[in-house]
Design a binder for this molecule. Structure first.
Ligand code: GLN
Length: 304
């Protein structure tokens, strides 16, 4: 498969002006991003890196970090994890509060904000220096030390993150948050502020395309079963209330973030990351979804 040629053809055939979308501005610091940034990076398990545009420029990975938090917490707690968070799509926006009240403070899944806050709570309880340890975990997965939090983005979200504070408080009232709400949301905001490039994200996601085995060291980060389950959650819940449409159009497990990034995997073959900051109403990158749809259509390769 000549992925570079396919990516070039997709890029040439893309009339970017035709696609709408808006840069996220509810986190003020994210509103400063150039809406026309565009990068793609695809990494094959059997070696081979293919890219387009701003693939080496770092951006705010936002909710894509929820996958890393889940990957870190799952082996720590094992199946007990699922007592505190579910595995069903929410069919609601990522920051919605409504289901939590009906469902007694148990979030639908770990990839919406409420579920990720529970995962953050677990990590805070388990880790000595939560922020530092988490960052080092991501660096380890990426095989790259040059990955950092963006303090400005974390602060900006802290100053505007009323819904996340509300979610954490509501879950605390149901007994599903062990630590102080302020510590949980602080960790969460830092986690979301991590910056990575498409190249770094694609390389990091290779572990999920590789049945949980690290792409350089071969170390088992997740068991086969854990890796299967994590991918299943990405497929069914990675795009909030648009998870069905993403699977329908693209046919790969993946995760989006409001920084405009999407990372996806074709198990046993490749991982791919796209960055284009203009989002649709569900908070997913408009061009990111379009490019991935064209990629699986052109290559005739998806998990289905
Ligand atoms: N930090 C963002 C928030 O909590 C993450 C949301 C996202 O990327 N979908 O609102």
């Amino acid at each position: 498969m000549n992925y570079q040629q396919t990516l070039n053809e997709i890029n040439t055939g893309l009339d970017c002006a035709k696609f709408g979308g808006k840069v996220a501005n509810y986190i003020p610091e994210l509103a400063n991003i150039d809406p026309n940034k565009f990068g793609i990076h695809l990494c094959c398990i059997q070696k081979g890196n293919y890219s387009i545009g701003d693939n080496e420029e770092k951006f705010s990975i936002q909710s894509i970090s929820k996958v890393f938090a889940l990957a870190m917490a799952y082996p720590m707690l094992g199946e007990k994890l699922w007592k505190r968070v579910g595995v069903e799509p929410s069919g609601n926006p990522f920051n919605s509060l409504v289901q939590l009240e009906y469902e007694s403070g148990i979030p639908r899944n770990p990839l919406i904000n409420a579920g990720a806050l529970v995962i953050c709570d677990i990590l805070i309880s388990k880790l000595k220096s939560p922020k530092e340890d988490f960052l080092n975990y991501v660096r380890g997965l990426a095989g790259n030390e040059d990955i950092y939090f963006n303090e400005k983005v974390a602060e900006s979200e802290k100053n505007s993150g009323y819904r996340n504070v509300a979610l954490a408080n509501l879950m605390k009232s149901f007994g599903n948050i062990e630590n102080l709400v302020e510590d949980v949301v602080d960790f969460y905001f830092y986690m979301c502020s991590i910056e990575m490039s498409c190249k770094e994200l694609a390389q990091t996601f290779l572990v999920f395309a590789n049945h949980g085995a690290h792409f350089v060291t071969g170390e088992k980060i997740l068991s086969e079963s854990q890796s299967k389950r994590l991918s299943a959650i990405m497929l069914t819940c990675g795009f909030y209330d648009q998870a069905g449409e993403f699977t329908f159009k693209v046919g790969l497990p993946g995760k989006s973030g409001v920084g405009g990034g999407i990372a996806a995997i074709f198990p046993e073959h490749y991982s791919v990351a796209i960055w284009s900051p203009k989002l649709n109403k569900a908070g997913n990158s408009v061009l990111g979804m379009e490019v991935l749809e064209r990629l699986t259509t052109e290559t005739k390769l998806s998990i289905f």
